[in-house]
Design a protein around this ligand. Structure first.
Ligand SMILES: [Zn+2]
Length: 433
């Protein structure tokens, strides 16, 4: 951590802070209360972005933040910032947060944990009368999930300037409702300028959404960065023909070529261990009839890797092998890249702070890489950023059965508390970068 011994000794509140712990049952209680808003019969949550239920979830957050003494501001895309003043309130804040929108069949913890862990950090500081040097902020980012409106990570993307506001406000859901209309309808179209007050540091606590921590019986995932991603829409075009009269040698079977392509995508990922990923998630067959040789197949391809060199190599390999496959099958294959997220390493100092913080708390920890996108991945482009992962049951999320253990959630919030305190109490004269 960046703190020097001298600066620690100067500050009695920092020393008293070493023994500080959040209240795990209060955190759990908040999570369960928020999960009641949009609760599903199977124990999950359906709280889609910018719906009436999202409004209720946001209202819950705002109430809790104000009860913890925060001032609240809302920006033009509906991101909510709860601010706790620092001794030197002109300093950039140390920020934490996540999202409270969910998938249609989402869980109680994805996103919600990061937001409420932030609130619990503030409550803990209040309990002990601790005022940090720099201000602290807890943020709720609008529409991280992207299930009602695209793009995903809309609020954090707008905040860092990745998207134009006007374009986002004009996005529509399946019923033709505009983002701008939906924001107004729930009363969360704010007046704070987009992207103002960039943080000194950004932390995000999150359930892992994968099986690695659980498999390793480890409590804290020290997230070193996020995988880069390339998403493609692929169309394989062959020739529809009758399944009976058309001999095998004279077919142009789009599905046969597509089936081989699924194997190729898998192979490309396996050729780039340990972090290469390759997935075909959607496949639609035309005309989808029992006795017609498929003439057209539309499919999605998702490639991920931990560094851009590998991701580019996977991309090139994919294009080369696709064209070779098209020739061999006498079909045409159109590949259109629709999304590119470069791999995003997190800030070395903050990652180190999370690692040593976990060790100081006596928690098991290991380095992990995030395979999923998070608001933190955008924040990392404009501020030093790190994430803290805790295990979730069987690595499952985006599912109503998503589950996490109270003691893991508590442990992650304690790591968050100390990481935030550490950065927020660094003297402003000390440049971290
Ligand atoms: Zn999430």
């Amino acid at each position: 951590m960046g703190n020097t011994q001298a600066s620690r000794c100067d500050d009695t509140s920092a020393r008293a802070g070493e023994a500080l712990r959040i209240d795990g049952s209060r955190l759990w209680d908040s999570l369960m209360r928020l999960a009641e808003i949009g609760a599903t019969p199977k124990g999950g949550v359906c709280r889609l972005a910018l719906t009436e239920l999202d409004r209720q979830g946001r209202d819950f957050f705002v109430r809790e933040a104000k009860a913890a003494g925060c001032t609240v501001r809302i920006d033009a895309i509906g991101n909510i910032f709860a601010r706790r003043a620092g001794r030197n309130d002109s300093l950039p804040p140390v920020m934490t947060g996540s999202h409270i929108d969910t998938q249609p069949t989402g869980g109680k913890f994805d996103g919600n944990y990061g937001v409420l862990a932030g609130i619990e950090v503030l409550r803990t500081l209040n309990d002990h009368g601790i005022v940090t040097h720099a201000p602290l902020e807890v943020v709720v980012w609008t529409n991280e999930e992207g299930s009602r409106f695209v793009p995903v990570m809309m609020g954090s993307g707008a905040y860092i300037g990745e998207f134009e506001l006007a374009g986002l406000l004009a996005q529509t859901d399946r019923d033709g409702i505009l983002v701008g209309e939906a924001l107004k309808a729930i009363g969360y179209e704010g007046s704070a300028p987009l992207g103002e007050g960039k943080p000194r540091a950004y932390f995000e606590a999150h359930i892992e959404q994968g099986p690695v921590l659980e498999a390793n019986e480890t409590t804290i995932g020290v997230v070193t960065g996020a995988l880069g991603q390339r998403w493609y829409d692929v169309t394989v075009t062959g020739m529809e023909a009758h399944a009976g009269p058309t001999p095998m040698a004279l077919r142009k079977d789009a599905l046969l070529a597509a089936a081989e392509l699924v194997g190729i995508v898998n192979r490309i990922a396996l050729d780039h261990p340990p972090h290469g990923r390759g997935t075909v998630g959607c496949l639609s067959v035309h005309p989808d009839s029992r006795n017609v040789i498929p003439g057209r197949v539309s499919m999605t391809v998702d490639l991920r890797a931990s560094d851009d060199g590998r991701l580019s190599a996977m991309h090139d390999d994919f294009l080369t092998r696709t064209q070779e496959l098209a020739t061999r099958h006498g079909v045409s294959i159109d590949v259109r890249q629709v999304v590119y997220f470069p791999p995003q390493p997190f800030d070395t100092d903050l990652v180190h702070a999370v690692r040593t913080g976990a060790a100081a708390l006596g928690l098991s920890e290991m380095d992990v890489i995030s395979g999923a996108g998070h608001d933190a991945v955008y924040l990392a482009r404009v501020a030093p950023t790190a994430m803290i992962f805790v295990p979730c049951k069987d690595g499952i999320s985006h599912n109503e059965i998503e589950d996490a253990k109270p003691q893991h959630l508590e442990a992650g919030a304690n790591v968050l508390l100390h990481a935030m305190l550490d950065v927020a109490n660094q003297p402003s004269s000390t440049s971290r970068r």
